[in-house]
Design a protein around this ligand. Sequence first.
Ligand code: BES
Ligand code: MG
Ligand code: ZN
Length: 477
Amino acid sequence: MKINISKISELDHNISIIYISESPEKINKDYFNREELEYIKNQFENKKKSVAINTYKNWKYIEWIETGKEQYIVKEKLRRAAGNLYSQLKNSKLEQICLVDLSDNAENTIAFVEGLSLSHYQFLKYYSKPEEKKNFLKEIQIFGSAIDNEQISELDILIESVYHAKNLVNEPVSFLNAEQFSYEIEKLGQDAGFEVEVFNKVKIESLKMGGLLAVNKGSVDPPTFNILTWKPKDAVNQKPYVLVGKGVVYDTGGMNIKTENYLDTMKSDMAGAATVTGTIYAIAKAEIPIYVIGLIPATDNRLNANAYVPDDVITMYNKSTVEVRNTDAEGRLILADALHFAKKYDPELVIDLATLTGSALMAIGNLGMVAMTNVTDDQFEQLKISGNNMYERIVELPLWEEYAEMLKSDIADIKNLGGREAGAITAGKFLEHFTEYPWIHLDIAGCAFLTKKDNYRGVGATGVGVRLLFDFFNNQL
Ligand code: BES
Ligand code: MG
Ligand code: ZN
């Protein structure tokens, strides 16, 4: 279903061609006749964003590269231009397309191909006749020397990894319960070459992971705790990077059940876990020499006669006690156990990803993620740069010590609910309680799942975080 991306050294004018160029002056005169050049120039001067020419043999598209902006913005404009163009290609039922980057810039080429390939994603599993719905495009040929085969193969792997993350998130809980999720992770591990260890309920009980077990109490399906390991011999880091992902396969809210349409899309409450899986898949498949571990606590948050309730006091994996004030604040409980588990690795850095709070969505909408961290500005800056670069942007919120007040309990060490205000922060503050190492928390509640199509991000799961972290780790080499 993925598009095949390849490099070619000779242009075939029977295939439709996309040219990306900064201006008409940069257009190679050999590729067009005089009339076409005239038309292209005219369209450019009239500020038309793109040009489409239908010859009797093929389509020729020209997409303008904006200049005079920061490179990461230029790249995003190209991704979005590609996303718009994809709709046209779809209507013309094209199966093959060739890309000619007249700016001869690897970053531009890659951004454009990203935009096309991410737009191509579909989740068709549940249609009775998926063939009838399938997108036509099968092949992108890249002409020119801007990018080499290694870059193509890396891009190919990254796109595939985003697809895997999206598939996992788009799966409803009727298929993807915690055990099925573990099974899917194992299959991806075999495919990409990373190791997967799955703890079952008995093991989780013996470890006394009280947060994960409390959230799972109202469920008929057992929880799992998943450890994904990629430890290449030539790793550049001694201490591992640990990625922790929230794996709530469905969040009903539990006894504090979600009302009205707040239940909608809650199959996506394991998006953090899907991102961790997709990222490690990408790193392993591309054989990136980085030692990285993924930790995924997985369960649904449901209710039955035995479900955990507000007023309960639970003992967490790290032995601290938590007063449950709201069963819908479940993500922090399962993450806390995983964050404590991370300690035994003496990690270089722990990054957790979670669809943790509606408050993160309210704060910045679906355009990015909010972050909280205890690392230095310098270290955090690197992640922010990757965020801009991949346009999976990050906004930092503070973890000022005063916020801890809001989590004080009258009966236990800490409670799982802050006040009405600063909800994303008090959630982060709760997690901080379980971290004793360099740590970054990413709340992706706003951007993990879209209810309306947004260009190349599509509708439904976005797979957000995979591209961000792949870029981040590549920059650690
Ligand atoms: N999974 C939700 C957060 C969420 C909301 C993700 C909307 C994506 C879209 C989380 O478990 C939750 O229910 N959070 C509560 C916390 C509250 C009870 C402190 C929230 O944000 O309302
Ligand atoms: Mg919840
Ligand atoms: Zn949740």
